[in-house]
Write a new protein. Structure first.
Lengths: 93, 149
């Protein structure tokens, strides 16, 4: 087994707008199991905590993700110490 | 090239005058001001609150400005976006673009607004008679941004 499959990683998860209100927090530090290495893995792990994450982060929900303040895709890597933000589609201007 | 996110109001005329005087090569200045309306989706809006992602929002705006600078021949860009609580008739956003001739300034200004609306992390929450509601992203805005790719 590779070392990074067993070591947990700590990431800072930020929530904005509607998600911030629904989750009742603007940020939290989460310790991810060693098999979580990507944005898709992180959202799957968050969903596994149950409601309201399960409902709000369900596949097909319009949730955007940024890793270290850059827009990310499901396969974008998530590493120890990263800042990961989850938010609805933007509505500025 | 300047990007600002602030709670304070802005003076578009003063900003344009400052840009105009900064470079005698400027022959055209195009600008856009976004304003809070008192109605949206058929419902009265008493006020709206704008939220952003400090750090990423500024970075995203700078990236959009950098893209405009590579696509058009422009001398200067100013983007000012307000956050916090705003009321109908308040100004939300200002984009000013200076170039030698109008074509570049017009197009870059429109591009900047289209990309800002779809890529910069800002979120609007409106206060209506039925309570607070988050503004939903519009597919028309995605279509507008898609014209430039």
């Amino acid at each position: 087994m590779k070392p990074n499959d067993v070591q947990t990683s700590t990431v800072e998860v930020l929530y904005f707008a509607r998600l911030r209100e629904i989750f009742g927090r603007d940020r939290e530090q989460v310790e991810l199991p060693g098999h979580v290495h990507s944005v898709a893995g992180l959202t799957e792990w968050l969903r596994s905590r149950g409601e309201p994450w399960q409902r709000e982060l369900a596949t097909g929900k319009p949730v955007r993700v940024a890793v270290n303040q850059e827009m990310a895709a499901p396969d974008t890597p998530v590493r120890h110490g990263d800042e990961v933000a989850l938010f609805p589609p933007v509505t500025g201007g | 090239m300047t990007v600002r996110v602030q709670t304070e109001d802005f003076d578009a005329g003063a900003e344009m005058a400052a840009m105009r005087r900064s470079n005698p090569k400027i022959g055209a200045i195009a600008s856009f001001v976004g304003v809070v309306r008192d109605i949206n989706e058929g419902t009265q809006v008493a006020q709206m609150t704008l939220e952003h992602y400090p750090g990423m929002t500024e970075k995203a705006l700078e990236q959009i400005v950098a893209q405009a600078s590579t696509r058009w021949d422009i001398y200067d860009v100013l983007v000012v976006h307000r956050v916090g609580t705003l009321r109908p008739t308040d100004q939300i956003v200002l984009v000013v673009v200076a170039s030698a001739h109008r074509g570049d300034a017009f197009q870059a200004c429109e591009f900047l607004m289209d990309y800002l609306k779809t890529r910069a992390p800002f979120w609007k929450k409106e206060t209506t008679p039925e309570g607070g509601r988050w503004v939903e992203a519009r597919t028309a805005d995605d279509a507008a941004a898609g014209r430039w790719s």
